[in-house]
Ligand binder design. Structure first.
Ligand SMILES: N[C@@H](CCC(=O)N[C@@H](CS)C(=O)NCC(=O)O)C(=O)O
Length: 219
């Protein structure tokens, strides 16, 4: 059976959401991020990204890691693209051109959106009060995101989805990145097509199933 290493409060959420979309059973090993623990190397610490056993599987010391029939794979989007490609349409690609477009949008989100969206998530979250310095960093990250978000907004306004005319792994990968900035209304409010697309993605039963499991985990 497919094995996913990583708590749901991590980028493992992407693989878990996809597994629910595909009705793929999986075993989850709840490896937690070391930075969330006071002493990750303490004997009594829960399994975490610095645990020697986990580092043997993932020298990068990051979750998620997926084991699929002997293949050990890290990088969350490599994992989702691999599973989607094996599954084929509708979530996965029907041909090489669709696969290329799914990779294009996923890499665009990971490189042009994710770093600044994470700054917003960590410093702004869902709108909590910020110090002046944090507010400035959030505003700068938001300004840098205007251009890539406009690219998404124009594409989604015309097509409704990122690849072809259906929900695919590209929408899932990109939605999980855009989610990090979702609580920053000053940015999101400029992009109605992105907001509509994100709400529809997050209304999907498979997302909701992942999200409920995530909420049930300790913060
Ligand atoms: N690009 C990687 C990023 C992986 C990553 O940074 N994971 C974080 C959690 S979401 C992590 O494991 N951090 C470990 C730590 O800092 O201890 C991916 O998409 O899988």
């Amino acid at each position: 059976m497919l094995k996913i290493h990583g708590v749901t409060r991590s980028r493992a959420s992407r693989i878990i959401w996809l597994c629910h979309e595909l009705d793929l059973p999986f075993e989850q090993v709840p490896v937690v991020q070391s930075y969330r623990l006071a002493d990750p190397l303490d004997e009594g610490a829960p399994l975490n990204t610095l645990s020697p056993g986990f580092l043997r599987l993932s020298p990068a010391g990051a979750v998620p890691v997926m084991e699929d029939d002997g293949l050990v794979l890290s990088e969350s989007m490599a994992c989702t693209l691999h599973l989607a490609r094996k599954a084929g349409p509708p979530l996965g690609p029907a041909d090489a051109a669709e696969l290329a477009l799914m990779e294009q949008w996923s890499f665009y989100a990971a490189t042009a959106i994710e770093p600044d969206a994470l700054t917003i998530l960590f410093l702004h979250g869902r709108g909590q009060a910020q110090s002046g310095e944090d507010a400035g960093l959030v505003a700068e990250a938001g300004e840098r995101l205007v251009r890539p978000m406009r690219v998404l907004d124009e594409h989604l306004g015309r097509h409704g989805h990122l690849v072809s005319d259906r929900f695919t792994v590209a929408d899932l990968n990109v939605a999980e990145v855009v989610r990090y900035a979702q609580g920053y209304g000053a940015l999101m409010g400029q992009f109605p097509a992105v907001e509509e697309w994100l709400a529809a993605a997050q209304a999907r039963p498979a997302f909701q199933k992942m999200w409920q499991a995530r909420l049930a985990e300790p913060e």
